[in-house]
Write a protein that binds this ligand. Structure first.
Ligand code: MLT
Length: 393
C-alpha cells in the first residue's frame, strides 16, 4: 500500500478549520470574551418561507406510499434542471437540460470536476482565491501556477502573453476580494482559453450579489464561452442553503465536442446518487416569483451589513475593496501588520473573528477578509468595535 504522498504537500488543516480551532482555543482561555464571527462566509438568514413550504410539502410526499420516491436521477430531477434553465434564460443564456447537473453544492464539484482532467495539465489559479481550487489540485499531484492579483490590477488578473494554461479557475464575484470581471474582461479570458485549448472552471457562487451594470454574472454571457467553460454555482449564498446543500454545474455540449458533458454524466452516475428529492423541491422554490422576492430581502440585508462594515473602515481610514457586488470586504491590514498578526490582534482587541488574507494565497499577505453574512445587530456591534480598536493604533 502506498498512500497519496501529495497530501503531505498541503497545509496541516483547511483554512476555515484552522480558524475554528484558533477561535475555540481563544474562547477556552477567555470564556467571558463576547466574540463575534465575521470569518467563514456562512449565512445567518433562515430559509425563506417559499422554500420551507416546498420542503414541508415534499416531506409529506415522502411519507405517502403513492408519492414516495427512492433513488432519483443522479444528475437531478427535471423540475429543478428546468427551473435552473429558466433562471439562465432570463439573462438571455440558452441552456439544454442535459447541460445542467444538480448536486450538493459548489465545493464538492469544484474538486470532483478534476476527475475529468489529466494530472499533467497546467493549472492557472488567481491569487488570492478560494483555497479549494489549489488544495484539490495539489491532492491530485497537479502543479498550480498562480496569477497575481493586486491593488494595481483591481484584484482581477488578466491572461498573460506567453503563459501556458490547460485549466483556468475564475471566481467572479471573487472570494475573497469581492472583485468582479466585466464582460470585456471575461471576453479576453474566453479568447485566451480558445487559443490555448484550455477549459475555464468558472465559480459563480456569488453571482446574485452583482448589482452594478456592465459586470458579468455568468461566463456564458460572453459569446463563445460554451466552447471553453464549465460553470459551477450554488444555492448556498443566494438562498441560504449552506446547511441544506444544493447546487448545479453547467457542462456545455459545445465543450470538447460534447466529450466532457458525456464524461461528467458517466462520472456522476457512477460516483453520486443525486441530491435528496426534498432538497431539490426546496431549491426549485427559490426560482418562483415568491421565492425570488423573499431571497432578495435577505440579499439586501447582507448588502446593508456590507455597507455598515465599509462605513466603519472609511471612518477608520483603512483601505478596502469589495462589499458592493459581493458579501466580502477585503481590507489592508493596518500598520503593516501581517494577516495572521491582524487576526490575533482583532480577536484580542475587538473580539471579532475575520479571515487572514494569506489563507487565500501568497498575494493575500497583509490583507484580511470580513463577511457581511452575519446577523445585522452583531455586525453593527462588530463594526463599532473594529473602529474603536483601530483608533487605538
Ligand atoms: C468562505 O468563507 O470562503 C466560504 O463560505 C467557504 C465556502 O463557501 O465553502
Amino acid at each position: 500500500m502506498r498512500i497519496n504522498r501529495h497530501y503531505g504537500e498541503l497545509q496541516d488543516s483547511y483554512l476555515f478549520s484552522t480558524i475554528a480551532h484558533k477561535v475555540a482555543a481563544y474562547q477556552q482561555a477567555h470564556p467571558e470574551a463576547p466574540v463575534i464571527r465575521l470569518g467563514i462566509g456562512d449565512v445567518t438568514r433562515p430559509l425563506c418561507p417559499a422554500v420551507t413550504e416546498a420542503l414541508s410539502a415534499a416531506v409529506r410526499e415522502m411519507g405517502e406510499k403513492a408519492t414516495f420516491r427512492g433513488y432519483g436521477p443522479e444528475q437531478g430531477y427535471d423540475f429543478l434542471r428546468e427551473a435552473v434553465r429558466e433562471y439562465y434564460g432570463e439573462r438571455g443564456i440558452a441552456l439544454d437540460l442535459h447541460e445542467i447537473f444538480i448536486r450538493d453544492g459548489a465545493k464538492s464539484d469544484l474538486g470532483n470536476i478534476l476527475d475529468l482532467f489529466d494530472t499533467d495539465n497546467t493549472v492557472l489559479v488567481p491569487d488570492p482565491v478560494y483555497p479549494v481550487y489549489v488544495d484539490t489540485n495539489r491532492m491530485a499531484g497537479r502543479q498550480v501556477r498562480y496569477l497575481d492579483a493586486s491593488r494595481e490590477n483591481g484584484f482581477l488578473p488578466m491572461p498573460e502573453e506567453g503563459v501556458r494554461a490547460d485549466l483556468i479557475y475564475l471566481c467572479s464575484p471573487n472570494n475573497p476580494t469581492g472583485a468582479v470581471y466585466s464582460w470585456e474582461q471575461l471576453k479576453a479570458w474566453v479568447e485566451y482559453a480558445l487559443e490555448q485549448n484550455a477549459v475555464i472552471l468558472f465559480d459563480a457562487a456569488y453571482e446574485c450579489f452583482v448589482s452594478e451594470p456592465g459586470l458579468a454574472r455568468s461566463i456564458f454571457e460572453v459569446e463563445g464561452a460554451k466552447e471553453v467553460a464549465i460553470e459551477v454555482c450554488s444555492f448556498s449564498k443566494i438562498a441560504g442553503f449552506t446547511g441544506t446543500r444544493c447546487g448545479y454545474t453547467v457542462v456545455p455540449q459545445a465543450l470538447a465536442g460534447g466529450k466532457l458533458n458525456k464524461m461528467w454524466l458517466r462520472r456522476q452516475t457512477t460516483k453520486f446518487n443525486g441530491v435528496a428529492y426534498v432538497v431539490q423541491r426546496g431549491a426549485e422554490a427559490v426560482f418562483t416569483d415568491e421565492g425570488m422576492k423573499e431571497i432578495q430581502q435577505n440579499l439586501d440585508y447582507y448588502r446593508a451589513n456590507a455597507a455598515v462594515i465599509a462605513a466603519a473602515l472609511d471612518e477608520a481610514g483603512v483601505w478596502y475593496c469589495g462589499g458592493k457586488n459581493s458579501p466580502y470586504i477585503w481590507l489592508r491590514c493596518p500598520n503593516e501588520m501581517g494577516s495572521w498578526e491582524f487576526f490575533d490582534w482583532l480577536l484580542e482587541h475587538a473580539h471579532v473573528v475575520g479571515t487572514p488574507g494569506e489563507g487565500f494565497g501568497p498575494c493575500g499577505k497583509g490583507y484580511f477578509r470580513l463577511t457581511a453574512f452575519g446577523d445585522a445587530e452583531r455586525t453593527k456591534e462588530a463594526a463599532a468595535r473594529i473602529k474603536a480598536a483601530l483608533a487605538t493604533l
